[in-house]
Design a protein around this ligand. Structure first.
Ligand code: ZN
Length: 413
């Protein structure tokens, strides 16, 4: 996309930036005589750590330059400039939010650096305080259409903590739908995190990542796009947002998410920590599409819990997390079943005189085209004579050594 916007470099003193500074946390932050929206809709929430804040302030105190920041001239949907009460241009901060807030919070006496708040410096060394207020930020002020601006915003996404894919998407699909979706999915203690799933367990116990870094929104967008069969997969979230950007509400995705959580609660009555971060939405979609017809998940919650207990108690099963996948699709590979150790395999290898019983006897109708009479140890694998699904254990008397080809083609594997 061509960038047709105008860009000019300007210097902004900290005293100007700080004039009119107001921080209402996630509801908005303004500065620069009230003319700069420091946290516009498409910007991420404040995530700077204390160390990083102090590093910014130290840089300023020592008079070293900070990286250039980017502001954009604020325009409405019709492309008209948004002016303040005195008719001045207003701006949105495109890049540099975290540095800007760190600076302003310091000047507002909310951050302590080297045991000093800013007013301590003003009192003890006023000349240094004045120098700090006269420090000049290098700011590029960009002006152009919304799409130009957002394309530019993507390209300047370089310094500091990189924006997540979802934060970039949010920049592209600003609108009422996004505002509503973010209220639900993207705030600390938002409904999407606090929703009760079973007694004492909230949705955040089943989801990973952080709402304010947009992890919930990103995950659920993928899920609902899959539910609606949107393709291609890599752009699913993108497509869903494009389809709904103009919606007045985000009810559809909120209701969908509620249904997923309700479904989890109806199927799993006991919570285990391994349940956090599983691909619940994809599983719910498969369940809805009737693709899990022969799986344990079709049973009721009591029966499912009995199965889970049985699998946890089974010493052959190595992965608790995998148990949930197994409950969903019935594939043994998720269970990390025990395998024979080297000592046992070595013993059986010698006992079989380096032969593969299947190559010898052509059991099961397979014939290995290059079957050998005798194999190297490394050419063979340990196999359960009675498989796990039929109660077979990982013990010496249940071990046979097969050539790799036969082990891979054994019918009950
Ligand atoms: Zn063989």
């Amino acid at each position: 996309m061509a960038l047709t916007m105008s860009i000019k470099l300007t210097q902004i003193k900290l005293r100007e930036l700080f004039d009119g500074y107001e921080n209402s946390d996630e509801d908005g932050v303004i500065g620069y005589h009230g003319r700069l929206d420091i946290r516009p809709k498409y910007q991420r929430e404040f995530i700077y750590g204390e160390k990083e804040q102090i590093a910014v302030i130290d840089t300023i105190k020592q008079g070293f330059p900070l990286n250039t920041m980017y502001w954009a001239v604020a325009r409405n949907d019709k492309g008209e400039k948004i002016l303040d009460a005195e008719g001045n241009e207003t701006y949105e901060l495109m890049d540099g939010q975290q540095r800007t807030i760190s600076i302003c919070e310091f000047l507002a006496n909310h951050i302590v650096v080297n045991f000093q708040k800013f007013f301590n410096i003003q009192r003890s060394t006023p000349d240094i305080a004045e120098k700090i207020l006269d420090y000049e930020l290098q700011v590029y002020i960009c002006d152009g259409s919304v799409s130009d601006k957002l394309a530019w915003f993507k390209t300047i996404n370089i310094a500091g903590k990189p924006l997540t894919e979802q934060e970039l998407l949010n920049a592209q699909y600003v609108g009422e739908w996004l505002t509503k979706a973010k209220e639900f999915f993207s705030k600390t203690n938002c409904n999407a995190a606090e929703l009760m799933v079973i007694r004492g367990k909230k949705a955040s116990d089943y989801m990973t990542g952080s709402p304010i870094r947009q992890d919930y929104l990103s995950t659920v967008l993928q899920w609902i796009a899959d539910n609606q069969g949107l393709t291609p997969r890599s752009e699913q979230g993108d497509t869903y947002m494009a389809n709904h950007q103009g919606d007045e509400t985000a009810s559809e995705i909120k209701n969908y998410y509620n249904s997923v959580m309700e479904w989890i609660g109806s199927k799993f009555k006991v919570y285990r920590k391994e349940m956090k971060g599983l691909p619940w939405g994809y599983w719910y979609n498969k369940y809805q599409r009737n693709e899990l017809a022969n799986s344990i998940i079709m049973k009721n919650a009591d029966e499912i819990e009995v199965e889970i207990q049985r699998l946890i108690d089974d010493d052959e099963v190595g992965s608790v997390k995998g148990i949930y996948e197994y409950i969903i699709d019935g594939q043994e590979k998720h269970l990390s079943l025990r395998t024979f150790d080297d000592k046992i395999k070595r013993k059986i290898y010698e006992k079989q005189q380096h032969r593969c019983p299947y190559c010898d006897n052509s059991i099961g109708g397979y014939t290995y085209p290059n079957g050998k009479e005798e194999y190297e140890y490394g050419e063979m694998e340990g196999d359960h004579i009675v498989p796990w699904s039929q109660g077979g254990k990982t013990e010496e008397n249940n071990c046979q050594m097969l050539c790799k080809w036969h082990n891979g083609h054994k019918s009950d594997n």
